[in-house]
Ligand binder design. Structure first.
Ligand code: BTN
Length: 231
């Protein structure tokens, strides 16, 4: 797979790039690999049915689609979060992956990923906050969200970031090992978090993608699903 194999579709405005890409794949109007990105989303969707605030042109709102692939969704999501993390590194920002797939700078979220599979196809929606100032985020997430501009002072453009993201996606070497590296970085390693009502200390990620958490009695447990929250 090479970056030039991806067909790019640029939309000025759409509800959700995931919905747009799914519709076009379902109708067989597109096939192979592609990237659909929009300046604005009016109904951006996040994980767990949450909205994704993207009714502004301050971030990269993109969906990568892959038709007729037998990919494991976790593998696809892992590759996506890793490519974002590597790209942010190329743009001067050290970040970590908060299992399963949020990219964070310090304790703040800079990128979220929503993967959906259907009929042997996969779409991976990626939202990367690039140029927001604090006031651009709704108050409810102002404390927990950040952007590349806020972290580095450098305003990256959507196309240049997408270009870099696709190159990183295609060039990934040993994704499992790299994913473990980004999930075990300082800032996240040994952090106290809560998952499913249980307090744990983050110990890293297994090769199969499971989260390793140490509970209060010192036992290391593996988690295959759930939402991590800072405590
Ligand atoms: C999350 O962390 O909750 C996932 C957020 C995913 C947001 C992206 S933006 C592009 C694509 N279109 C959507 O409607 N959602 C994803």
């Amino acid at each position: 797979m090479e970056p030039r194999d991806f067909a790019w579709t640029h939309l000025k405005i759409t509800g959700s790039t995931n919905d747009y890409a799914k519709e076009r794949v379902r109708k067989r109007e597109v096939s192979g690999f592609g990237a659909v990105y929009a300046d604005l989303q009016t109904a951006g969707r996040g994980r767990g049915g949450n909205p994704w605030h993207s009714d502004n042109d301050k971030g990269l709102w993109v969906t990568l689609y892959f038709t007729d692939v037998a990919w494991n969704p976790f593998d696809a999501v892992m590759r996506a979060s890793l490519s974002v993390a590597e790209s942010l590194g190329l743009f001067g920002l050290d970040c970590a992956i908060k299992w399963p797939n949020d990219v964070i700078a310090g304790r703040k979220k800079i990128c979220g990923i929503l993967a959906e599979t259907f009929d042997g196809n996969i779409v991976i929606g990626i939202g990367v906050n690039l140029r927001q100032s604090a006031a651009d985020f709704p108050e409810s997430i102002r404390e927990s969200a950040t952007s590349l501009l806020l972290e580095t002072g450098a305003p990256a453009g959507n196309e240049e970031f997408l270009d870099s993201l696709l190159s990183c996606f295609c060039e990934l070497e040993d994704p499992e090992e790299n994913f473990r590296k980004y999930s075990g970085r300082l800032g996240i390693l040994n952090a106290g978090m809560e998952i499913g009502g249980e307090e744990i200390r983050i110990k890293g990620v297994e090769r199969d993608g499971a989260l390793l958490g140490e509970n209060k009695s010192g036992r290391i447990k593996k988690y295959y699903s759930g939402n991590l929250r800072w405590i």
